[in-house]
Structures are given as structure tokens and as C-alpha cells.
Design a protein around this ligand. Structure first.
Ligand code: 5GP
Ligand code: MG
Length: 182
């Protein structure tokens, strides 16, 4: 049976994602126009598609590296963040832009920001595709600098986001039927 049977409704279409990523990449390209060494730090696995599309639209010189984290078992927070694999390079003296799929409690982003700030980068900013409605993305712990979409507090999948490692390659962002994740 097709995975689309498990979708409740589409929240952000392919066209809307494309348009918003163009806006974000323009903004980021302007902000980093004078930066010598921008490093995009993409958080695997959820951010891989967002990162690929965003980074290809950036007009500033940059490189991309990946960090793999795990914090969730299916749809329930395990309450801790684990690093599965680290960056392959030093970030000392570089401008770092963390790219993350979604912010919910903010724990993952806070963990990442703290971890990378200890490594003496020139700056650390964050770009997040989705924030759940009600999350204060300006709080000191979270601090989202570039945000794609604010979506209702339901389990969302597609465009890199999974449930139990499925649905990542759907071209849109959608609400999963609650019977699947409850
Ligand atoms: P936080 O640490 O902010 O509570 O959660 C962030 C992480 O939880 C994200 O990186 C993502 O992996 C996962 N997450 C939270 N909400 C959702 C959701 O609605 N859908 C999916 N696919 N992942 C989510
Ligand atoms: Mg994630």
C-alpha cells in the first residue's frame, strides 16, 4: 500500500517549500556576503533534503558538513540527545550555520549550539525548516535565526522528516494520520 494513504493532509506544498527556501537562501546569502569561511552544519538525518536544496541556492562561498544526532524513539522524546557521528573538520575561526529540520522542545538545537560554541567558531547561527506552533523560537536556549514555517503541533513527515524512518522522501510536508503514531 502506498505511503500516501497514511497522510492526513498536506501542510506545505512542494511549490511553497521551494519559494520559502529561495527567500531564506537570499537572506542568508546577504547576511554572509562578507564571510570568508561559512560552514553549513546539517543535522542528520532529518535535515538532509532541506540542506541540499538550501545550500544549492546560496550564492555565497560555503561548505557543508554533517553531524548525526538521535533524540527520538518513533514519536516519543527519549529526553536526551546522543551524538552518533561528529563533524569531520575543526570549526575554529569559521562562521557556522546549523541547519535543522524541526524544533519542538528545543532540546536538540540547544545541545547543538552549546556543543559547537565550545569549539571557538567565529559565530553560530541556526536555520530551521519547521517550528511547532507555540514554541518560542526567540528564547535564549533555542534562538532560531532563520525559520521556514510554523506548523500545528501534530506529527509532521516528508521533505526529510520521518516517522520510524519512513515518509522522508515525500516532496511535501504533511500531517501523519494519528492512528499511525499514537
Ligand atoms: P526537540 O529536541 O526540539 O524536541 O526535537 C527536535 C527533533 O525531534 C527533530 O530534530 C526531529 O527529529 C524530531 N521531531 C520533533 N517533532 C517532529 C515531528 O513532528 N515530525 C518529525 N518527523 N520529527 C519530529
Ligand atoms: Mg532531527
Amino acid at each position: 500500500m502506498s505511503v500516501t494513504n497514511d497522510i492526513e493532509r498536506v501542510l506545505v506544498s512542494e511549490e511553497e517549500i521551494d519559494g520559502r527556501i529561495s527567500e531564506l537562501s537570499n537572506e542568508i546569502s546577504q547576511d554572509y556576503v562578507d564571510a570568508e569561511s561559512l560552514l553549513i552544519v546539517s543535522i542528520l538525518r532529518g535535515a538532509f533534503i532541506f540542506t541540499a536544496d538550501l545550500s544549492r541556492k546560496l550564492t555565497v562561498r560555503h561548505s557543508v558538513d554533517f553531524i548525526a544526532l538521535a533524540s527520538y524513539q518513533k514519536s516519543t522524546s527519549s529526553g536526551e540527545v546522543r551524538m552518533i557521528s561528529d563533524l569531520r573538520q575543526s570549526i575554529e575561526g569559521r562562521h557556522v550555520l546549523i541547519v535543522e529540520d524541526i524544533v519542538d522542545s528545543g532540546m536538540t538545537l540547544e545541545y547543538m549550539s552549546n556543543l559547537l560554541r565550545e569549539r571557538k567558531p567565529l559565530s553560530v547561527k541556526t536555520c530551521v525548516m519547521v517550528a511547532k506552533e507555540g514554541v518560542d523560537v526567540n528564547s535564549s536556549g533555542i534562538g532560531v535565526d532563520y525559520l521556514g514555517f510554523v506548523l500545528p503541533d501534530v506529527w509532521v513527515v516528508g521533505y526529510g522528516l520521518d516517522y520510524d524512518d519512513q515518509y522522508r522522501t515525500l516532496p511535501y510536508i504533511a500531517e501523519l494520520k494519528s492512528r499511525i503514531y499514537q
